[in-house]
Ligand binder design. Structure first.
Ligand SMILES: Nc1ncnc2c1ncn2[C@@H]1O[C@H](COP(=O)(O)OP(=O)(O)OP(=O)(O)O)[C@@H](O)[C@H]1O
Ligand SMILES: [Mg+2]
Length: 493
């Protein structure tokens, strides 16, 4: 199958997102679609997926002109779409989610639940996924949701698969499995469009690349002929910093200590402490329990035992509000479900954690409010329209920056960032690292949860590595390298 998108234009109000894009994809290719946050990648794919109409241009499949006005039409033409913001229904079991919109029926016309269950089981086996198809989606962690979405697209037997940042919450092991599957599909002549801000993934799995910038297609070619630095330069227009970050470290007294934290299943006997001004990474593989642990420290999840000390004093928190009051802030990892408030606009989302600072007796001081936000907006190079636009009008990466802005403005003593750069482009990642370092200089203790070892190594003073719910080891200095982290993360010593 060959897909040709010709002279595509698309604007949102005065924002000309796609100016004149022509893009071709053949079966048997894995093409990376690259660009900064807000460059228009998802918009272009939403047009191909029948989610959005184009303003002008044309779409051809195997030479025949087509027009999709609904996602179902695009699907019927053989195109599967893994969306950037996950699209599963929490209140249905996995196997029913796998067949949304194309449910299997028995002869009498009722849902063939048994068959859907069986087929889900089969694809999980093929993908080496250890999940019970009968589990409810609401009980799944973000990474598993992402895996379910990927499996769902893979089992539709599509000729073209669009993968819009499929790996943001996955760890190396699952990513490897997804890549193996992609390569197998490529050999079966399936065409894949792969969107990712992790450029090493692009080099590993893609054959071709296409880069969007300022509404134009600015570069394309064979992946074998470029480096990650080249791709980063095409995306942002200049060389992106790669040298190590150095900082003057002056650590203050201990601000947070956790002793004997244990939950029913996810983590056991966790001890650690962090000092003012310190940046500690926490990493591991899927199922390491790190998110659950910090949700529990933040008071959002239960534990069966464990003590917390803040500034050396034992703390008894009853709920997250009390935790926040003590100066502990937590940026959750699943943006769509836990971090953004869809009914609020951009500036409201950026400031819900800090209202008391610019409001008096419930009346908001608009000037102060906007001043605080303007600073964050600049520091994070947010790409947005009006302050009062809906948060959902922003590209995925820019939504992430707003969520980050919210917690940065909160002036915490301890800042816990779970997967802070998910979906953020290479240039903006560096901006975020600078901000993390600056906050540490201001004596904030920062905990960075991430499954990307290079990220941990780049910004953290030391790294705690978890394995199946326990702290497997800790590394710092020279020893904080990918090899040692991977070794501990897989249960080594
Ligand atoms: N429904 C919408 N209403 C208004 N503006 C929109 C809408 N959808 C997208 N935009 C704007 O279009 C531009 C491109 O967004 P898009 O989501 O395509 O970016 P992207 O390249 O996928 O970025 P990211 O890497 O952050 O996901 C952004 O400026 C965004 O704010
Ligand atoms: Mg996008």
């Amino acid at each position: 199958m060959i897909i040709e998108m010709k002279n595509i234009r698309k604007s949102f109000g005065s924002n000309d997102v796609l100016k004149d894009i022509s893009f071709t994809l053949k079966g048997g290719e894995i093409c990376a679609l690259l660009g900064e946050n807000g460059a228009g990648k998802s918009t272009l794919m939403n047009i191909l997926g029948g989610v959005l109409p184009m303003d002008s241009g044309s779409l051809h499949i195997d030479g025949k002109q087509m027009a999709f006005s609904t996602p179902a039409e695009s699907q019927a033409a053989g195109i599967a779409f893994i969306h950037q913001e996950l699209n599963l229904i929490n209140d249905l079991p996995i196997y029913e989610n796998m067949f949304l919109g194309r449910e299997l029926k028995t002869k009498t016309g009722s849902l063939d639940l048994a068959k859907m269950y069986k087929e889900t089981e089969a694809i999980f086996k093929e993908m080496n996924v250890n999940l019970d198809p009968g589990m409810y989606v609401r009980d799944l962690d973000t990474s598993y949701k992402q895996i379910v979405e990927i499996c769902r697209a893979l089992m539709t037997k599509a000729s073209i698969i669009i993968m819009d940042e499929p790996t943001t919450s996955l760890t190396d092991q699952e990513i490897k499995r997804v890549f193996a599957m992609m390569k197998m599909l490529k050999d079966q002549n399936v065409g894949i469009i792969f969107i990712s801000h992790k450029l090493n993934e692009v080099l590993e799995v893609c054959t071709r690349y296409v880069v969007l910038r300022d509404g134009n297609l600015v570069a394309e070619g064979n992946v074998s002929e470029v480096t990650t630095n080249d791709l980063a330069r095409f995306m942002v227009g200049f060389d992106v910093r790669t040298e190590p970050l150095v900082r003057e470290k002056k650590l203050g007294p201990e601000v947070l200590r956790v002793e004997g934290f244990t939950s029913n299943q996810t983590f056991r006997d966790i001890h650690f402490s962090i000092k003012a001004g310190e940046i500690v990474g926490v990493t591991g593989l899927l199922g390491d329990g790190r998110s659950e642990l910090f949700q529990s420290i933040f008071g959002a999840k239960k534990r069966i035992s464990g003590k917390i000390y803040v500034n050396g004093k034992k703390a008894t928190f009853k709920n997250t509000t009390q935790v926040i009051k003590e100066g502990i802030a937590y940026l959750p990892n699943n943006r769509k479900e836990n971090a953004i408030i869809k009914d609020m606009n951009i500036i409201e989302n950026a400031s819900i954690a800090t209202w008391p600072r610019f409001s008096k007796r419930g009346v908001i001081n608009e000037r102060k409010h906007q001043e605080i936000f303007a600073k964050q907006r600049k520091a994070l190079s947010l790409k947005m329209g009006e302050l009062t636009d809906s948060i959902t009008s922003l590209s995925g990466g820019n939504q992430q920056k707003v969520v980050l802005a919210k917690w940065l403005a909160a002036d915490p003593k301890v800042l816990i960032l779970d997967n802070p750069t998910q979906g953020v482009d290479v240039g903006a990642k560096e901006d975020i690292y600078d901000i993390i370092l600056k906050l540490a200089d201001e004596n904030i203790a920062i905990i960075v949860l991430s499954s990307e070892a290079p990220e941990i190594i780049r910004v953290c003073d030391r790294a705690i590595v978890m394995y199946h719910g326990v702290i497997q080891g800790e590394v710092a200095g020279e020893a904080m390298n990918e090899h040692n982290i991977m070794n501990l993360a897989t249960g080594g010593q």
